[in-house]
Design a protein around this ligand. Sequence first.
Ligand SMILES: C[S@@+](CC[C@H](N)C(=O)[O-])C[C@H]1O[C@@H](n2cnc3c(N)ncnc32)[C@H](O)[C@@H]1O
Length: 388
Amino acid sequence: METPESAERTQAFFQQRQAAAVLKHAILKRYLPPFAAKTGSTSIDNRVAIVDGYAGAGRYDDGAPGSPAIIADLSHAPALRSKTIEAYFVESHRPTYARLMQNLQNDAPDLHWTAWQGELENHLPELIKLTQNVPLFLFLDPFGHGLAFDTIQDLFLERPTPNPYAPATEALIRIDASAIWRTRGVARRPTGYYGREATLHRMDQTAGGTWWRDDDPGTPTADYLEWFASELLHHTCQEYRCWGWSVDVRQRPDRLPVYYLLFLTRHRDGMDTFGEVLSKSMEEWRRSVLEIEYQESLLADDINDEYARREEMLAAEWHDQLRENILALLDEKPSFQIRQELSRVMGNAAGLARSMHLRAVLKELYLEGITQSDSKGDIYAKRVIRAV
Ligand SMILES: C[S@@+](CC[C@H](N)C(=O)[O-])C[C@H]1O[C@@H](n2cnc3c(N)ncnc32)[C@H](O)[C@@H]1O
C-alpha cells in the first residue's frame, strides 16, 4: 500500500546508494549470470525469468545502477548470448515508475522486459502464468513488509517439485530489521492501544505464524534479531521445501542490521554458488564501508594499502578458523565430504571465506602430511581423508 511516508522513503532512497545497497546489488550482479547460464542451458527454448517485484527507479539520481539496471545488464553477458532472459518489473509509486520506464528504455534495448505500475500482489497471478515451466528468480525488495509468507509458499509449492528436469525456483527476499524490532516492541507492550492487533497480524503474515512473539527468547534487540532471522530461515526452508541462506546487511560492521536477505534455492549448486557470490560481495561491501570511513574522517592515507592490510588480516583469521574446524572434524572421523559438513567447516567464516580460502587450508594440511586428500578439483565435492 502506498502512503505519503512510503513515497517519501522511496524518494530519499534513490538519492544516494548506501553501503547496505552495495551488498544487495553486488549479490544480484554476481549471482544472476551463473543462475541464468545454468538454468537456461536445459530450459525450454533456453528461457529464464527474473521478477523484480519492488523494482524502484532503475537507477539512483547519480546514475548508479539499481536492481533493474543490473538485470538489464544481463543482456550484455557473453555467457548468456544463447539464453532468452525475460525480466518482469513491478513498481507501485507512479513517479518512480515513470523513471523506471525511462531508465529501462535506455538500459534494456536488448532485453525482453515488461514493467507494470501497481502493487505486486495484483500482478502475481499473471506473473505466475507467464513464468510457468520457466526457471524463475524472484527478487523481492520491499521497504517494510512485502508479500505474505503463505503467498510466497504457494508460489514455490505450485511450481514443479525439485527434480533434475523441473525449472528452478529461487528467491532473494529482503526483510526489514526495523519492522521486526518495532513490531516486537508493540508485542511486548501492554494490550489496549489502537492498531496493535493489526500491527502484530502484519508481522504474523511476514513471518508465517506467531512464533516470533510466542517464543521470544527475551534477549536484547541485537540477539533477538539474530534469533528471528535464523528461525525465519529454518521455518521458510521447511515450509517451502528448499535450502537457504540468511544474510544480515548492515551500513557498518558495528551497527545493527538494516535488513536481512533470505536466499532460497532448491538446488545444491545454488547453495555452492551463492556462498561464493556472498563472499565476493562482502569484499565489495567492506571496500565501500572503508571508502565512506575515509570520506567522513578526511583520512589522507592510501586507501588501497589500508584495504589490502585489512583483507590480509581477515584472510589469516579465516585460515586459522577453517584449519581448526577441519582438524576438529578429522579428530571425530577418518574422512568427510566438505559439502556434507559445510556449516561446521566454515563455522563463523560462513559467507565470508570461500573456496579459495578453503583450498589453501586443504593444501597446507596435505603438504604437512595430516591428510592424504589433496586440494584439487571441485572443493565442495571433495572428501577430506585423514592420513593414517
Ligand atoms: C527498496 S525500493 C526498491 C529498490 C530496488 N529493488 C533496487 O534495488 O534498486 C522498494 C520499492 O518498492 C516500491 N513498492 C512499495 N510497495 C510496493 C508494492 N506493493 N508493489 C510494488 N512496488 C512497491 C516502492 O515504491 C519502492 O520504489
